[in-house]
Design a protein around this ligand. Structure first.
Ligand code: NAD
Length: 498
């Protein structure tokens, strides 16, 4: 058997092993015999070195003109594009989602990097009139320093790009901890930044688990924490970062709703719910895991949706015939199976799926059948809690108002959608769903990089990523007054009276 490749941390411009001497394995969730590589099981000592390097590099990096910082990012975007297929294949192998989706993941990193690099020549501030004569007033964005970037495994290249690229263009330096389930894509991402010319110490990567994250979120030298992951861990991150008053940006769980009204184009709605519910095996923060359907079209929708879900081909995402890949890990699969049992115990009606796929081509992976519960009561846990797997709960409703109330009746607020032909209904739903993202006649997924991305309630803490909103996370305002009158002018006191 070939020896697996050993990958190192990247600290202060060099690939280095962890001081712990410990490593972990990265295996293919579609076939656990496939050992992808060995990565560093780092500790707080590695984080300490990475933060020190980032702090040193910040002194110079913040002074590099933003358009020059952006030049490096434009080069990086071109390199991502040139290596897209290779990176997508690596990602399917370590994460499981089908190739078309991993190509989309890399494309999102390409789009974000091009978009944010453009900010190097914008990053607009304000110039405003002063209330005093011969005085100039303006505001500029300034970087904050060292940013701790902590990411999950479901978008292994897109999510790091949403955070690292805006952090860099604003003039910050970075310590990056990817999920231990997808370290190869993180590696590929960092390698491109290095090849694009990012100077030493500006980007550092430390692989490992919660203790690595904790070392990052508690260190007083870190100014910003940008975290994407579960709400449970997000709360811990928030608490850990509070004593040192870091700026904390959290993107967390979701329980997104599709509402299907009696006038909907049902064919379109079925297509959307299939993609929204079972794309990425349901492991998207924006997954359409709840579908609320008007009673007048309930039966035809359910019949068509169940038939299509039954026909999905589940298998290794590298096979072009496969439509849905595995769960990302045994733990994730066990969560799915636990929720299937919870749903059944609560009295939800299981109409398709519900079992692990364990025979033949599925024997060595974490596969689960596409699963649908119908006649679900919105109070049931399967209708309220994030499952993060191929499980969709269908809830009947009698009106738009009821659908909206059900849609809003969870603790999350990431994404929602409505299928209707009626503009009045669409606008009412658009206004009344308290989420960060809303779609009309499309499923709950499909965000583009130039608009803000994030959620309300327990999904987020008021920040957004992507779009210009990302600059708010990775920069802060400095207001500047220049008095060219040559005398003391007192604001609010020496103001002229006409
Ligand atoms: P997770 O919360 O288990 O882990 C996320 C990251 O945090 C990982 O890198 C993990 O190692 C790290 N971590 C764990 N404990 C930590 C601690 N105490 N301190 C600091 N870091 C710690 O999440 P996951 O299983 O990797 O990802 C799935 C979750 O991510 C889902 O809940 C999903 O909804 C969410 N997600 C949200 C968005 C969004 O934009 N809202 C996008 C994608 C995924």
């Amino acid at each position: 058997m070939a020896t697996p490749e050993v990958h190192h941390n990247f600290i202060d411009g060099a690939w280095v092993p962890s001081m712990s001497g410990q490593t972990f394995e990265n295996r293919n969730p579609a076939n656990t015999d496939d050992l992808i590589g060995v990565f560093q099981q780092s500790t707080a000592a590695d984080v300490d070195a990475a933060i020190a390097a980032a702090e040193r590099a910040y002194r110079e990096w913040r002074l590099v003109p933003a358009p020059i910082r952006a030049e490096m990012l434009f080069r990086a975007a071109q390199m991502f594009a040139a290596r897209k297929e290779e990176f997508a294949r690596d990602m399917t192998r370590e994460m499981g989602k089908v190739l078309n989706e991993t190509r989309g993941d890399v494309q999102e990193a390409i789009d974000m990097t091009f978009y944010m690099a453009g900010e190097g020549r914008r990053m607009f501030g304000q110039t405003v009139p002063s209330e005093l004569r011969n005085k100039f007033a303006m505001s500029v964005r300034q970087p904050l320093g060292v940013c701790a970037i902590i990411t999950p495994w479901n978008f292994p290249m897109a999510i790091p790009s949403w955070k690292i690229v805006p952090a860099l263009v604003c003039g910050n330096t970075v310590v990056f901890k990817p999920s231990s389930n997808t370290p190869l894509s993180a590696h590929n991402f960092v390698k491109v930044l290095i090849d694009a010319g990012i100077p030493k110490g500006v980007v550092n990567m430390v692989t490992g688990d919660a203790d690595v994250g904790t070392a990052m979120t508690t260190d007083p030298r870190v100014s910003v924490v940008s975290f994407t992951g579960s709400t449970t861990v997000g709360r811990l991150v928030n608490q850990a970062a509070a004593p040192t008053f870091k700026k904390v940006h959290l993107e967390m769980g979701g329980k997104n709703v599709v509402m299907i009204m009696e006038d909907a184009n049902l064919e379109l709605a079925v297509d959307g719910c299939l993609w929204g519910g079972f794309g990425t095996s349901g492991q998207r923060c924006t997954a359409a895991s709840r579908v609320v359907v008007h009673e007048k079209v309930y039966k035809p929708f359910v019949d068509a949706f169940v038939a299509r879900a039954k026909a999905l081909t589940v298998g290794d995402g590298l096979d072009p015939k496969v439509e849905m890949g595995p769960s990302n890990s045994e733990t994730q699969l066990q969560t799915v199976m636990r929720y299937v049992k919870i749903g059944q115990d609560e009295g939800a009606k299981l109409v398709t799926g519900g079992k692990r796929l364990a025979g033949g081509a599925h024997a060595k992976g974490f596969f689960h059948e596409p699963t649908i519960f119908v006649d679900v009561d919105p109070k049931m846990r399967v209708a309220r809690e994030e499952i993060f797997g191929p499980v969709v709960s269908i809830v009947p409703c009698r009106s738009l108002d009821e659908a909206i109330a059900i849609g809003n009746g969870v603790e999350y607020g990431l994404s929602a959608s409505i299928y209707t032909q009626d503009i009045n209904r669409a606008f009412q739903a658009m206004r009344d769903l308290y989420t960060g993202i809303f779609y009309v006649n499309a499923p709950t997924i499909g965000a583009e990089v130039h608009l803000p991305f994030g959620g309300t309630k327990h999904t987020g803490n008021g920040h957004r990523e992507a779009g210009v909103a990302a600059l708010e996370v990775f920069s802060e305002w400095k207001s500047i007054y220049i008095d060219f009158s040559g005398r003391l002018q007192r604001a609010q006191i020496d103001v002229e009276q006409l």
